[in-house]
Design a protein around this ligand. Structure first.
Ligand code: FAD
Length: 303
């Protein structure tokens, strides 16, 4: 089951607030955050910038009296963006410097009811129908300096730190969906009869499910190890990338094989395997693509 934008709210946003908000900000935001009266989203991606976050162009210029930032730009693919009350917007507070690409980015917690803030299209997706995925735009939005999260110019290091945990949540979600896919395929193939025999009785079905089960166990052990590292605050960025890469690619393979065992019914959305297939595809893309995970791992190998 996918919890959509509420899992972004609680799994992804909460660590940013707990680690970087002041006591005054926590008092303002956390009661509504916990009750659900204030739903949060996070906006990093822009139409021209996804994988290369250092290239973010949305700008936040400090006013002459230093009381607020003036926010301009646009974001896309924002989970929960259409319904959010507050959005953590990553914006450039000092001009782009090619010699320090990761510098000059800050996180502003923007009130969605501000003048100049608008929600664009809700993007139509092949899966994850539980969450809205929206475009946002900012036209001279005034954001009080009291709503700067953490220190100005430090957003890139906050993102790096939190993306490791975000990738871990994607990895254990992948393990759960792969496990569910195998359970569905076992139940379905035992029930469905072809040539007078249950599909589960064919050697191919047994071998495919045996392979899936072995792959799932490897995936589960890797994810459990990453969770233990995270609990001890020892999960490194490259290890989180390894867990996300392996978990999402393996889950994708497992779910695809389990769908195949359903025949045509696997392609019909009323069957849970079809929804798992459509919902899981994006895990190899969001939170950093598989290719970006490989670049992080390769760098860790000194390449
Ligand atoms: C359903 C959904 C929900 C999302 N939710 C959010 C959200 O809540 N907040 C948010 O900020 N973003 C969100 N995103 C955005 C997501 O994180 C980006 O789509 C993702 O990071 C990839 O960026 P991009 O789409 O611009 O792809 P691009 O960066 O344009 O990549 C295109 C292709 O180039 C490859 N590529 C890029 N760099 C390299 C490289 N160095 N070497 C080799 N290949 C490379 C990529 O792997 C990919 O295959 C969401 C996306 C989706 C689809």
């Amino acid at each position: 089951m996918s919890f959509g934008s509420s899992s972004v709210h609680s799994n992804l946003i909460l660590p940013y607030i707990m680690q970087n908000a002041t006591d005054e900000q926590k008092q303002r935001w956390l009661p509504g955050f916990a009750s659900g009266d204030l739903m949060f989203a996070i906006a990093m991606t822009e139409p021209g910038t996804g994988s290369d976050l250092a290239n973010i162009a949305t700008s936040a210029k400090l006013s002459d009296d230093g009381s607020h930032y003036v926010l301009n730009g646009s974001k896309t693919f924002i989970t929960g963006g259409a319904l959010a009350d507050r959005v953590l917007v990553v914006a450039r507070t000092t001009p782009y410097d090619p010699d320090n690409r990761r510098g000059g980015l800050s996180i502003l917690v923007v009130d969605a009811s501000s003048e100049g803030y608008s929600v664009g299209r809700k993007l139509k997706k092949i899966g994850l129908k539980t969450s809205d995925t929206a475009e946002l735009s900012f036209d001279d939005v005034l954001v009080p300096v009291a709503d700067l999260l953490g220190e100005e110019g430090k957003a890139f290091s906050y993102l790096t730190q939190n993306l490791a945990q975000e990738r871990l949540t994607i990895a254990f979600g992948a393990a759960a969906t792969a496990s569910a896919a195998i359970a569905h395929a076992i139940a379905y193939t035992k029930d469905r009869k072809v040539f007078g025999k249950p599909v589960a009785s064919f050697q191919n079905s047994k071998f495919v499910l045996a392979e899936c089960s072995a792959e799932l166990q490897a995936l589960q052990i890797m994810v459990d190890n990453a969770i233990e590292l995270n609990d001890r605050d020892e999960l490194t960025v490259p290890d989180a990338a390894r867990a996300k890469l392996f978990a999402t690619e393996t889950a994708g393979r497992i779910i695809d094989k389990c769908l195949q065992l359903h025949g045509g019914y696997g392609y019909i959305t009323e069957y849970p395997i079809a929804r798992l297939y459509a919902d899981t595809r994006v895990t190899r893309i969001y939170g950093g693509t598989s290719e970006v995970m490989k670049t992080i791992i390769a760098k860790d190998l000194g390449l």
